[in-house]
Design a protein around this ligand. Structure first.
Ligand SMILES: NC(=O)c1ccc[n+]([C@@H]2O[C@H](COP(=O)([O-])OP(=O)(O)OC[C@H]3O[C@@H](n4cnc5c(N)ncnc54)[C@H](O)[C@@H]3O)[C@@H](O)[C@H]2O)c1
Length: 335
């Protein structure tokens, strides 16, 4: 059987049904697909159904596709059974390379030879995962962000033996179900978004280690500052906006440029390609509209229930109590 057009993929196999795999299952169901899930863990079916049930109200709010139903979920007793009739396979087993290499060999042996096999892995090179497959050309990484039933990004990464057609099919498939897919030009461990997150977290931990601020402050700094803008405009767009009417060219003139002419051309070209048709006032209006939408939509963290807080907190000595009271009053001020 020939590979269907990406948008027509109807039956999806989820191999591994934990936090990410069952989240994927919920999302595929909401997109009107038939989902077959396999997972050898104890009570795996019941656990996956709990995650699907938890996701469903949010997916309803996001908008269900025509024909979408939780009834189109089926639990399979084995990987072979799950992938046999699948038009697409999303693997979400634990992040152990040996396990995933063996699992890809097994999926490869039982799926139709042209069915795309994608891994949710957060780290591994697809060249390694496809190393024991007879049809390695159809193996890709399709790395989601938690919760996989809501966050749009999926990073599509190919290995040395992945075909361009398979990369494009996976990209088109994720886009056709409303995800925001992005293709990497070449493979690298941990891909792009996690590498960026990692750098931010390492710097945050270093600032705390140096006594500059606390982890509370770090979260405040990111969530109320750059994080608000990053929700709709990544770092390069923010850099452009930071330059005021002069945009990215002004930023480069003002702060200098360390990365050579090729990288400079790539940055300016990217900005001009996306925003060259707008003047800065129009781009700033777009930024402000989005900021307002986010600021108005955000919900506060649910308040502590007094009884529960007392239960959870360990018994405190008098001195510790004083310290805790002082901390509570500063936290209140910040909120
Ligand atoms: N948790 C995250 O934030 C996150 C985000 C993006 C990607 N990922 C990736 O998703 C994958 C799954 O992570 P998770 O957080 O859902 O882990 P998890 O532990 O919640 O789920 C893993 C599931 O795989 C099952 N499993 C074990 N062996 C299996 C096998 N041979 N075949 C099929 N299923 C098997 C387990 O029983 C379990 O239910 C990992 O590759 C991880 O790197 C995780």
């Amino acid at each position: 059987m020939k590979r269907p057009a990406a948008k027509n993929a109807k039956t999806i196999a989820c191999v591994g049904g934990g936090y990410i795999g069952a989240g994927w299952a919920a999302y595929f169901l909401a997109q009107g697909k038939d989902v077959v899930l396999s997972d050898p863990g104890p009570d795996a079916e019941a656990k996956a159904r709990v995650i699907i049930d938890q996701a469903w109200p949010y997916l309803k709010k996001l908008g269900l596709a025509k024909g979408a139903s939780k009834k189109r979920f089926r639990f399979a007793g084995s990987v072979a059974e799950a992938v046999a009739d699948a038009d697409f396979v999303q693997e979400s087993a634990p992040d152990r390379e040996d396990l995933k290499i063996a699992l890809f060999a097994e999926m490869d042996a039982h799926a139709r030879p042209d069915t795309i096999l994608a891994s949710s892995s957060s780290a591994f090179l697809p060249s390694r995962l496809q190393s024991r497959c007879k049809h390695p050309d159809r193996v890709v990484i399709g790395h989601p962000f938690a919760p996989s039933y809501l966050v749009p990004l999926v990073e599509v990464v190919g290995g040395k033996k992945t075909s361009r057609q398979a990369m494009q099919w996976a990209f088109d498939f994720y886009e056709s179900i409303g995800k925001k897919a992005m293709k990497l030009n070449k493979e690298i461990e941990s891909y792009v978004a996690n590498r960026i997150q990692h750098v931010v977290f390492e710097e945050a931990a270093s600032l705390v280690d140096q006594g500059i601020c606390t982890y509370d402050d770090i979260d405040t700094a990111v969530a109320y500052g750059p994080g608000m803008r990053w929700a709709f405009a990544g770092p390069s767009t923010c850099y452009h906006l930071g330059g005021g009417k002069g945009g990215i060219r002004h930023m480069i003139d003002h702060f200098g440029w360390k990365r050579g002419p090729k990288a400079k051309k790539a940055l300016i070209g990217s900005i001009d390609g996306r925003y060259g048709h707008l003047d800065m006032a129009e781009l700033e209006a777009w930024r402000d509209d989005n900021l307002l939408a986010i600021m108005k939509g955000l919900k506060a963290v649910p308040a502590k229930k007094s009884g529960a807080a007392k239960k959870a907190a360990p018994a405190k000595k008098p001195a510790a109590k004083k310290k805790a009271a002082a901390k509570k009053s500063t936290t209140k001020k910040k909120a």
